[in-house]
Ligand binder design. Structure first.
Ligand SMILES: Cc1cc2nc3c(=O)[nH]c(=O)nc-3n(C[C@H](O)[C@H](O)[C@H](O)COP(=O)(O)O)c2cc1C
Length: 230
């Protein structure tokens, strides 16, 4: 299923209709998603609006609650898997929004984040209306292959990804935030990087490869996450 065209029209949806959704297609899609690495256990549940604790001024009829084993790349993998889910939802006319400002009602140490979703008629926009860093700000040199990552959603639009060209792809880094921003973003930014990687994956499904190298350049102000071929 080619979901790459959704990248250029999606937007975080914060206005929902109350229509009921048949969830079976969503369960089927998620069960077939390719993770970033095979060795991290994750799972999800679907809740209705009243079953989650919200701090947002808006709400959606449904919420995906995402859980991951605590492991290196666990949060990156959650972003990678479930952004594919968001693009799938978008492709069947269902809007979504990652929601850091919300939680499940019962504490669970593996809980990561919620994604709001539901039918909507306010879930698309023209590509000219994306507010994003330039390609030269997110890489060592401008490269149009990175446009799908450039357009990825991120917590408070922080866009914490950086791509350094290698002989056969990119080394991928996460921006180190200043001490104030770090408090808010430390849990979300690895998810954001996973989301950006999922956009590169769905745009290069047949060639995308991810690995964590032992040797990479140390870049001041960035943390190495892994390396990709696309
Ligand atoms: C990890 C993460 C957490 C987010 N948390 C919230 C949130 O709590 N409330 C909200 O309204 N939007 C939230 N967003 C949506 C971002 O604000 C949005 O993706 C960003 O501003 C870019 O806009 P766009 O998604 O429409 O392209 C979150 C996004 C991500 C990826």
């Amino acid at each position: 299923m080619d979901l790459s065209n959704q990248i250029y029209v999606r937007k975080s949806c914060r206005k929902y209709l109350d229509d009921e959704i048949d969830l079976s297609g969503i369960h089927e899609f998620i069960s077939n998603v390719n993770p970033l690495t095979e060795d991290i256990h994750y799972h999800y549940e679907i809740f209705k609006r009243d079953e989650v604790s919200l701090k947002t001024p808006w709400s959606a009829p449904y919420y995906l609650a995402l859980y991951s084993e605590k492991k290196d790349l666990g949060l990156v993998n959650i972003g990678f898997v479930f952004q594919q889910g968001c693009l799938f939802l978008q492709s069947i006319g269902i809007g979504s929004c990652w929601v850091g400002m919300a939680s499940i009602k019962e504490k669970d140490p593996e809980f990561v984040i919620l994604i709001a979703f539901g039918k909507s008629d306010e879930m698309t926009r023209d590509v000219s209306n994306f507010k994003r860093k330039s390609l030269s700000e997110i890489s060592d040199f401008e490269d149009e292959k990175l446009i799908p990552a450039q357009l990825a959603p991120s917590a408070i639009n922080s866009q914490p990804w950086y791509f350094k060209h290698t002989s056969d792809g990119f080394d991928v880094y996460q921006v180190k935030q200043n001490i104030l921003k770090r408090q808010i973003l430390k849990k979300w930014n690895p998810i954001d990087v996973g989301i950006a990687l999922s956009h590169l994956y769905v745009s290069n499904e047949n060639t995308f490869e991810f690995e964590v190298k032992n040797s990479f350049d140390d870049l001041k102000g960035y943390t190495y996450i892994g390396s990709i071929k696309i």
